[in-house]
Design a protein around this ligand. Structure first.
Ligand code: UFG
Length: 343
């Protein structure tokens, strides 16, 4: 049986995607450098699925390390979730971001071509749209990211488009996902940020368990109903299902022409920071203290996805409510107050 290689398979999105693939009886190989993830993820995946999974601690910026994985396994498709993803850090260390994110992708593509593997799902991001002019954001909207991290995503999409045009064997799906929330229903897989969380949900839950004193809400004079910024949140389990649907779509594809498809994954609905905070307060059963502070540089007022293409092409629909997303995030945090470390 051939395997799907999940690059970055020990991360937040990767680990949930691996579980979904294993549950569909798909053989999986994980490659991860574990710089932003934890080895405990592998045993958690095995405990949840009751299956063993082969994993490589690999630095995918090194061509030889990528080759070794393809040499030792029969791989039919790749899901690439490996890359740095902090918006703020990317602007402070652009070279670090360009080198890492682009080298990983170029190495994977080079070796895939060498081993005749022409199916790739790429983890892109809603950040490619920057400040969208029309809502909900369609895939045809202009790509105009406002940060280095987003530009690495656009550059990689461009590389994939060029390859698809150059050789009819390639099939690519670039998943532009919005804001993932939630955790596995077992509460044994979840988001475990290094250090101070950048993102809203882990910040809220760390305030709730007493690790952080207060939430800072970045701005309250956006042109939105309550003045706080609006985003499209989707459950990590739905996001994982979207990755599996995209990979299956590529593996089943019969047409002669190569293609590159960009597809949004989101809930299609927008929630403000205050609405998310309220949903968390209900899930947690207590008030979360907060202050309003300055807007964060580059933050857009409002962004939510058109998910028509995901429905049409992938037969994918989001299935979780915002309440479930907040409950699952909270349950993970409660069960693992220090994340995967120190357990
Ligand atoms: N926010 C706060 N306080 C915080 C953290 C966030 O008020 O401590 C606000 C932000 O201003 C924003 C919202 O909460 O309005 C969500 O912020 P996140 O940092 O959680 O998410 P972003 O929308 O800024 O970005 C995330 C990922 C990006 C990805 C993008 C896609 O971090 O990598 O979603 O929409 F590209």
């Amino acid at each position: 049986m051939t395997a799907i290689l999940v690059a970055g398979g020990a991360g937040y999105v990767g680990s949930h995607t691996v579980v979904k693939l294993l549950e569909k009886n798909q053989k999986v190989i994980i490659a991860d450098d574990f710089s932003h993830s934890n080895l405990a993820v592998i045993s958690a995946i095995q405990a949840i699925t009751g299956q063993s999974v082969k994993s490589y601690r690999a630095d995918l910026t090194q061509l030889e390390e990528v080759k070794k994985i393809f040499d030792e396994n029969e791989i039919s498709g790749v899901i690439n979730l490996a890359g740095y993803k902090s918006v703020g850090e990317s602007s402070q260390m652009p070279l670090h971001y360009y080198r890492n994110n682009l080298e990983i992708m170029l190495n994977l593509l080079t070796v895939m071509e060498e081993y005749d593997v022409y199916r790739l799902v790429f983890s892109s991001s809603a950040t490619v749209y920057g400040n969208p002019k029309e809502l909900p954001v369609k895939e045809s909207a202009q790509r105009k990211p406002t940060n280095t991290y987003g530009r690495t995503k656009v550059m990689i999409e461009q590389i994939l488009q060029d390859l698809a045009e150059s050789d009819s064997r390639w099939r690519f799906i670039s998943l532009r996902f919005f804001n993932p929330l939630g955790a596995h229903k077992s509460s044994n897989l979840g988001e475990d940020p290094n250090g101070l969380p950048n993102n809203l949900a882990p910040y809220i839950t760390q305030v709730a368990i007493g690790k952080l004193p207060k939430l800072q809400i970045y701005g309250h004079d956006f042109p939105t109903p309550d003045g706080t910024s609006v985003r499209d949140y989707l459950h990590i389990d739905d996001l994982a299902a979207g990755h599996v649907a995209a990979m299956n779509n590529l593996l089943d594809s019969q047409d002669e022409t190569s293609r590159f498809e960009a597809i949004n994954l989101g809930s299609g609905k927008g929630y403000s920071v205050l609405e998310i905070l309220q949903a968390f307060e209900e899930a947690i059963g207590k008030k979360i203290p907060f202050d309003y502070t300055e807007k964060r540089l580059g933050d857009t007022a409002e962004s939510f996805a058109s998910i028509e293409k995901a429905k049409r092409v992938l037969d994918w629909v989001p299935t979780y409510t915002i309440e479930e997303m907040c409950q699952d995030t909270w349950h993970w945090q409660l069960k693992h107050p220090n994340g995967y470390d120190n357990e």
